[in-house]
Design a protein around this ligand. Structure first.
Ligand code: HEM
Length: 610
């Protein structure tokens, strides 16, 4: 039973006992008992006495009846609220996310302890309105899975991010970046045209790189060519599910071409993000956070009287799931046909049938062409999941596979897009750093238009440092969350069992106690010879979290961010549109630019030769 469920049972139990006692002992009429119970329930909802009593020893801003600190979280963003609270209450404090207390840790060493010691994410992290099949699917994805299920899934995911697999994803990243460059060239030309006339509209680079990162994770996760940028240019794939051949076209690994499927998936992923953020969510979700005791009632109400936002969320969920499931079933059917053909061939050659060896769990486009299915490319994540087996040799269920593909897309899309946008913002605001990036890229040499490759990354330490520093100042995962289990003490405070422990990454990464010139953008601090600017505590840098639940895709993300940034600056520089400094950010599921990052794209004449 989760802490929320326990609390619910206690509250309803007390109310029922209260009503029954009143009736039996004093002969109070039933109607009065009901009214008394409703009154008692309202008092509980407004004052949240049980939780406030359990967390009374931990300092923090005052609890406001019914809403806790939710209005501040929505208005300021949790990252800014945590900064304010750390200054006022010290490194450990509590804030009220509606009726739920969060114990926030804004200290590098204590944050490490929490992340290493606690394994599960809190139940409160899930959408409280989810139940039944939806809840089961969510809890079977790597991000929210718990205990034994999590450790099985983490092992299944691991090969996806081995070095060979990472190299295998480079062509997808390169082809999507190529499309982005082509699109930005077009937009830059339009900007030039407009500049001569009525004034150039700025380009929201956050949106542009978001399309690209969605294409990269979508293509990698589902084996579907999202083909987004080409769609806008009126080129690209067909609605039919025609398999591209390896080595054909743009050099990307074989991917199913599905234009409408790709667009629907992208829309679905974007809707999932938007509708899951508390500021944009269905009113029922807000009510569920404010009154967890009433969650069962709200679950019923939202099912019977859904509002538009909830309908959008449900539709998005269905799209993600049905796309995965249909890809999986197409692939299974194809594999079965293939196995049959192989058996028939073998029988014809040797005169006897022999068992077929299943394809090995290998990621990257190098997987055997003989085992290549039509729907899902072997270089895709779904291809890997189809071949994976748990310790007992069981395959994942279709629902489990679909859940992993969803997590891959959702975890890898906005985080990487935000990182790239922040890096571009920082470089545009610091011309001297931009000049160093350009010099480093020009030193790569090669003919004009030569693309940056994964092997070049070793020769681009400053570009890597720009990404690291952008992730320090603007961590897309601005905090990590864990559920306390058993007795744990942080900063001298006993943390109640089941508490939500939040490690305040943003605050730690900007704390002057650990970082010289903490608020300054200084990529040099990541380069040898500048130890005076480096962190005084290694635990003060955790953009990908830490401990066993640390981001499993961090190498994928860094490779993608560095490659894309390098390729963009081989071709362009970016100038900030007026009014962009300081950048406004908002924290929802990720910390992202509030409206975007608006720039003018300036094409570089030609990449110089060495
Ligand atoms: C710059 C981009 C990214 C950032 C900043 C980022 C950040 C994070 C953070 C902070 C966490 C929570 C870690 C913790 O609780 O200690 C996380 C978890 C996770 N990330 Fe990422 N991430 C990024 C890209 C990606 C990509 C590209 C993928 C997949 C391809 C991915 C997949 C995941 C998964 C599956 C988890 C959950 C791991 C688990 O619970 O075992 N992330 N990420």
């Amino acid at each position: 039973m989760t802490p929320e469920e326990r609390e619910r049972v206690v509250v309803f139990g007390v109310l029922a006992a209260f009503g029954a006692l009143a009736h039996v002992l004093h002969g109070v009429p039933v109607i009065k008992c009901v009214l008394l119970c409703v009154l008692a329930l309202l008092v509980v909802l407004f004052t949240n006495p049980y939780a406030r009593w359990r967390y009374r020893h931990i300092p923090g801003p005052a609890y406001r009846p019914l809403v806790g600190n939710l209005p501040d979280i929505i208005a300021e963003g949790s990252h800014a609220l945590f900064e304010r609270c750390r200054a006022q209450y010290g490194p450990v404090f509590k804030v009220w996310f509606g009726a739920r207390p969060w114990v926030v840790v804004a200290d590098a060493d204590m944050g490490r302890r929490a992340n290493y010691r606690l394994l599960n994410r809190p139940f409160g992290f899930t959408n409280p309105l989810a139940r039944g099949e939806v809840l089961r699917s969510v809890m079977e994805g790597l991000f929210l899975s718990r205990d034994g299920m999590w450790s099985m899934l983490r092992k299944v995911w691991q090969p996806t991010f081995h070095s060979e697999s990472l190299h295998g994803y480079a062509p997808v990243m390169a082809s999507e970046t190529r499309r982005l460059v082509a699109r930005l060239r077009g937009l830059a030309a339009a900007q030039e045209g407009d500049a001569a006339g009525s004034g150039a509209p700025a380009i929201n680079i956050w949106r542009e790189v978001g399309r690209m990162t969605m294409s990269v994770v979508g293509s990698t996760a589902y084996g579907v060519d999202f083909d987004l940028l080409a769609q806008e240019e009126g080129q690209g794939g067909s609605v039919g599910q025609e398999a591209a051949q390896p080595g054909q076209g743009d050099g990307a690994p074989a991917r199913m071409r599905s234009r409408s499927g790709g667009a629907a998936l992208v829309q679905a992923a974007a809707d999932m993000f938007e509708c899951s953020e508390i500021g944009n969510a269905t009113r029922y979700l807000v009510a569920a956070h404010l009154m967890p005791v009433l969650v069962p009632v709200l679950q019923l109400l939202v099912a019977v009287f859904p509002d538009a936002r909830y309908k959008r969320l449900v539709h998005a969920r269905k799209t993600l799931k049905s796309t995965s499931l249909s890809l999986i079933s197409d692939t299974r059917a194809h594999q079965a046909r293939q196995q049959q053909q192989q058996q028939q061939q073998h029988a014809a050659q040797s005169g006897a049938a022999s068992p077929v060896v299943p394809s090995s769990p290998q990621a990257g486009p190098s997987a055997s062409a003989a085992h290549r299915p039509v729907g899902v490319s072997p270089g895709s994540f779904l291809g890997l999941l189809l071949a994976a087996r748990d310790q007992e040799g069981h395959a994942l269920s279709d629902r489990q596979m679909a859940a992993q593909a969803n997590v891959f897309t959702l975890a890898g899309y906005e985080t990487t897009a935000n990182t790239l946008s922040y890096a571009i913002y920082c470089l545009a605001a610091h011309p001297e750093a931009q000049a160093r990036v350009l010099a480093e890229l020009d030193a790569l040499g090669g003919p004009a238009g030569r693309e940056v490759t994964v092997d070049d990354l070793d020769h681009l330490p400053y570009t890597a440092a720009v990404v690291d520093e952008a992730l320090r100042l603007y961590p897309p995962g601005a905090s990590t969350m864990r559920e306390a289990r058993g007795a744990i003490e942080l900063g001298g405070y006993a943390i109640p069992d089941g508490a939500t422990v939040v490690v305040a990454t943003y605050s730690i990464q900007r704390d002057p106690a650990y970082w010289p010139k903490a608020d300054a953008f200084l990529p040099e601090r990541w380069i040898k010879g500048h130890e005076d600017l480096a962190a005084t505590n290694p635990n003060a840098y955790l953009p990908f979290g830490s401990g066993a639940r640390m981001c499993i895709g961090y190498r994928f993300a860094l490779q993608e961010a560095r490659l894309t940034l390098a390729q963009l600056y081989r071709n362009f520089t970016f100038e900030l549109a007026p009014g962009q400094v300081p950048l406004r950010v908002r924290t929802g599921i990720t910390m992202s630019p509030a409206e975007g990052v608006f720039v003018r794209v300036v094409p570089r004449s030609a990449a110089p030769s060495a």
